[in-house]
Design a protein around this ligand. Structure first.
Ligand code: 13P
Ligand code: ZN
Length: 267
């Protein structure tokens, strides 16, 4: 199997092993490099199913994506990739896409495809094209944490930075949070893509998280770090927090590791 598909499948299953993908929860898209799409060309059908998009994806015209299927289970991806994931190509005018491989038995890409594609556009722009992965997961701790705070990026980012020393180095911009909205639609996609321009990850209150990154390791690692920090915070809160990492310590940390911490979130 093509290496890019192997790596993609591994990430799907890794998320399942973490407990982040109950049932069909969560989804993953990867914007393929030209050479990766070329390597997969032998798999492509000559008569792709065509689907119209509810968003303008002109900025992604001609791009190839690997995507999970809507209603498909991450748990099953390694068993039958051709049924649970697929490769799509965005039309030249950005109005829809063709399904070139996979998503067999009439499956469609994730219902969160509008969020994924608009997030790809945002992150491509702010990372000079480095970002290739958008990942949506349902980790329990970050979701639980969203019940304990107002939906405010400053509050959330400070909690996470204070909950594990490396957090401020891994996401010095902070983490965004969107208040509850109906998932699967264009409205939540637009709002998320606005926030993800500023932050590499955005929490959906009472639902889960969207993370982004240049590759599978970076993206999985980001979500893993955020989820672990949320777990530590909730454990510490339950036990009773009597002290925490100070803002001065966060500044010293950022300096030592050569990252630019979001000063708006420091006191
Ligand atoms: P899909 O099965 O359509 O990917 O939806 C899962 C999900 O997590 C929706 O937010
Ligand atoms: Zn979800």
């Amino acid at each position: 199997m093509q290496k890019v598909l192997e790596d993609y499948i591994r990430m799907c299953y890794d998320g399942f092993l973490q407990g982040w993908h109950e049932r069909n929860g969560g989804n993953l898209t990867y914007r393929m490099k030209k050479e990766e799409a070329e390597e997969c060309r032998t798999l492509f059908t000559s008569s792709p199913r065509h689907i119209v998009l509810p968003i303008d994806a002109r900025a992604l015209a001609g791009e190839f994506f690997i995507t999970t299927g809507s209603g498909r289970y991450m748990r099953n991806v390694p068993l039958a990739p051709e049924k649970n994931i697929g490769i799509i190509r965005i039309d030249d005018d950005g109005s829809g896409y063709g399904i070139l491989w996979g998503l067999e038995d009439g499956a469609k890409p994730t219902s969160e495809l509008p969020s994924h594609l608009l997030n790809h556009i945002s992150r491509m722009e702010v990372t000079d094209g480095r970002c290739r992965v958008i990942y949506h997961a349902h980790p329990a701790n970050i979701t639980a944490l969203s019940y304990t705070i107002e939906p405010d990026a400053r509050t959330l980012s400070r909690i996470l930075w204070q909950s594990e020393t490396e957090c401020a180095v891994i996401f010095p911009e902070g983490v965004g949070i969107l208040d509850w909205m109906i998932p699967g639609g264009t409205d939540i996609a637009v709002e998320t893509s606005r926030l993800i321009r500023k932050y590499p990850a955005v929490v959906w209150a009472f639902h889960g998280i969207f993370g982004s990154g240049a590759d599978f390791d970076e993206t999985f690692g980001l979500v893993h770090t955020i989820e672990k920090a949320a777990e530590i915070y909730l454990k510490a809160k339950g036990a009773g927090i009597i002290r925490t990492i100070t803002d001065d310590q966060l500044r010293i940390l950022a300096d030592a590791f050569g990252v630019k911490i979001n000063e708006d979130f420091l006191g």
